[in-house]
Design a protein around this ligand. Sequence first.
Ligand code: HPA
Ligand code: ZN
Length: 339
Amino acid sequence: MSNISIEKFIEGIPKTELHLHIEGTFEPELMFEIAKRNNKKISYNSVEELKKAYSFNNLQEFLDIYYAGANVLIEEQDFYDLTWAYLNKVHEQNVVHVEIFFDPQTHTDRGISFDTVIKGIYHALEDGKEQLGISFKLIMSFLRHLDEASAFKTLEQALPYKKWISAVGLDSSELGNPPSKFERVFTKAQEEGFITVAHAGEEGPAEYIWEALDLLKVTRIDHGNRCLDDEKLVQRIANSQIPLTVCPLSNLELKVVTDLKDHPIPKMMEKNILVTVNSDDPAYFGGYMNENYLEIARALDLSKQQITTLVKNSFKASWLSDDEKEKRLSEIEAYFQNN
Ligand code: HPA
Ligand code: ZN
């Protein structure tokens, strides 16, 4: 057995990512490159100037910049390049399985066809599986600041691609847009065979998490930080082992937490919640998977054992088959024992 540093331990452990918006992986360098070839203007003169704008007081301030960035994506190749860049990045970080969101309405509302978006993303994911060995699931997320009719239309557009899409999700501006607004479209999505997940309890109250569970019948909660305000809800989540896909650097950058030293992950673990670590929008929040694990390990003084538990939680919370899960869990246990 070797005794490597916590940094090396985190870098080397095989990981899975369950909360990642592909549009949130758009690095400024690639954004400028794609804008140029599409003759699209960016409101910033340089990569440096753009990066300086990445300072947010809340979710909405981030979303405004995130949607503006996505505007330069036009061709199928653009969506392919975006996804391919992400896969290569996380491949270097020993990420072996990803379950990623895409936001079709961000693009279809600008006149880009659903087919263009999904084909670019999906073909990159297939190539990533073949060439990098990264398995994947795709989650189509509805924008909750838009209305139910727009979500229904998007679901309709997705039906020919049902085989490519595992689940539907719910993201964008949380406050004022409760899960109940989308109950009917989520019911329809389930009838069509999709799994359901939803962002809840990032800025919104614990009540929104109850709604996501009871009305949208979600099998995972994205974020879910605010569950800790409600002990009954904590018990429900812990007893049912409904996973939370928590995003530490996102929480810090969007002021969901003021300091990583106060991040609720240890408390969630103590309460037997199946909590997982994810990067959300890594190009905007200053870190991919390894940086997220590393920053919480440092701020909260997490042990290799605790990191191992978090990594195992993610595989348990994934939609891999039972066999694949077993294989990954033993691999991770062996890695922990050897390092
Ligand atoms: N919350 C809500 N919507 C989002 C997020 C998020 O963290 N990232 C991208 N869209
Ligand atoms: Zn998110």
